[in-house]
Design a binder for this molecule. Structure first.
Ligand SMILES: Nc1ncnc2c1ncn2[C@@H]1O[C@H](COP(=O)(O)OP(=O)(O)OP(=O)(O)O)[C@@H](O)[C@H]1O
Ligand SMILES: [Mg+2]
Length: 339
């Protein structure tokens, strides 16, 4: 009998608890709080993750990349639990299959080494046995990101533009033939004019190389353009998740609506620029009982203050909100007009 393929990635109630010291006491909070989703093995996709600063996007990415240990919950890659992999298995297999791309394209390269050094190192490490085979292979991966070896050979990172350096970083990630790239704000340090071309490249990689991309961004415009599905994060929760046209075209969660309509037209990053300081008013959103958005929600109801909203399947997406929970709505009429 034909066995169904396991999914590529299964994120199951993943949680990361951090402790923050305040004087002599220490408070714990959930930076990622029960996040669950899967990436299909047979159909590659761009899975966008958005949310304001401090919502847990980077922490989620770091757990998926094996850089941060989950406090609870499980992470499965193909049919294996990532927590059960030995160090050797991680190096030989997992870290090749799941590759990171970070925000600052220069951070991954030493200013003292020509940038092609990294590509040769990765290619030779991967499986190329000769310099000549590595040459051909590197040229191939560079072409996938719209560059050629002639353009970068012998050049130092400071001789490249941010866009070129990010392309090299992506080429290096591709050199181990990954099936998943986790890109944490890969375009936010680039000029607005370059962002679309990099994001477009992710779409091409998905089509041509069968690579799935978890694309973390502040920028709803590129998420909308590149994403197949989107997850919207709020203080560690995924509050809305589904096809990008539906979630951003017709957001259901009051927080998603808030994100969408508070974006200034000129610079989509502006609104989320502030780093979240746990001492600020919203700090209690991490730890409050009930819905974490209750303090800011224009449609808040009594129940939201005391109960964690369930994940409701509604209009083709999952939304964590009592507004779409028939049972709760029958019991308790909204105190204010629903948005
Ligand atoms: N190592 C750590 N120790 C304690 N707290 C941490 C640690 N790493 C992150 N945090 C906190 O966890 C929360 C989530 O942070 P995270 O970096 O995942 O958010 P983010 O969504 O990526 O934000 P941004 O959009 O600013 O990149 C923040 O309040 C952050 O201060
Ligand atoms: Mg981040």
């Amino acid at each position: 009998m034909h066995q169904p393929e396991p999914s590529l990635l299964t994120v199951d109630h993943l949680t990361k608890i951090f402790h923050i010291r305040q004087g002599f006491s220490s408070t714990e909070f959930h930076a990622v709080d029960g996040a669950s989703f899967t990436i299909d093995a047979e159909k590659p996709e761009i899975f966008a993750v958005v949310g304001e600063s401090g919502s847990g996007k980077t922490t989620l990415a770091r757990m998926i990349l094996g850089m941060e240990e989950p406090s609870t919950g499980t992470l499965r890659y193909k049919d294996k639990s990532v927590a059960d992999l030995s160090k050797r298995e991680k190096r030989a297999w997992f870290y090749k299959q799941v590759q990171p791309v970070f925000q600052d394209p220069f951070a991954a390269f030493s200013p003292l080494k020509p940038i092609d050094h990294y590509l040769y190192e990765t290619a030779l490490n991967y499986k190329m046995t000769s310099k000549q085979a590595a040459d051909e292979y590197i040229n191939e991966v560079l072409q996938e990101v719209g560059l050629s070896i002639a353009e970068i050979k012998g050049r130092y990172p400071n001789e490249l533009s941010g866009g070129q350096a990010q392309r090299v970083a992506i080429a290096r990630a591709l050199a181990t033939k990954p099936s998943l790239i986790v890109a944490d704000e890969p375009v936010s340090m680039l000029d607005a004019s370059l962002r679309m071309s990099i994001v477009n490249m992710f779409r091409e990689l998905k089509e041509n190389q069968q690579v799935s991309v978890i694309y973390i961004t502040h920028d709803l415009a590129t998420a909308y353009y590149a994403g197949d599905r989107i997850a919207v994060m709020l203080r560690g929760w995924i509050v809305e998740m589904g096809p990008v046209e539906q979630v951003l075209g017709n957001p259901l969660h009051p927080y998603t609506q808030n994100l969408k309509y508070s974006i200034p037209k000129v610079d989509p990053d502006d609104v989320w620029d502030e780093k979240v300081d746990l001492a600020v008013v919203e700090a209690d959103e991490y730890t409050r009982t009930g819905c974490k958005f209750a303090g800011r929600c224009p449609a808040v109801m009594d129940i939201c203050h005391n109960h964690v909203p369930p994940d409701i399947e509604h209009q083709g997406r999952t939304v964590k909100c009592f507004l779409y929970d028939d049972e709760a709505m029958n019991q308790e009429p909204a105190t204010e007009d629903a948005v």
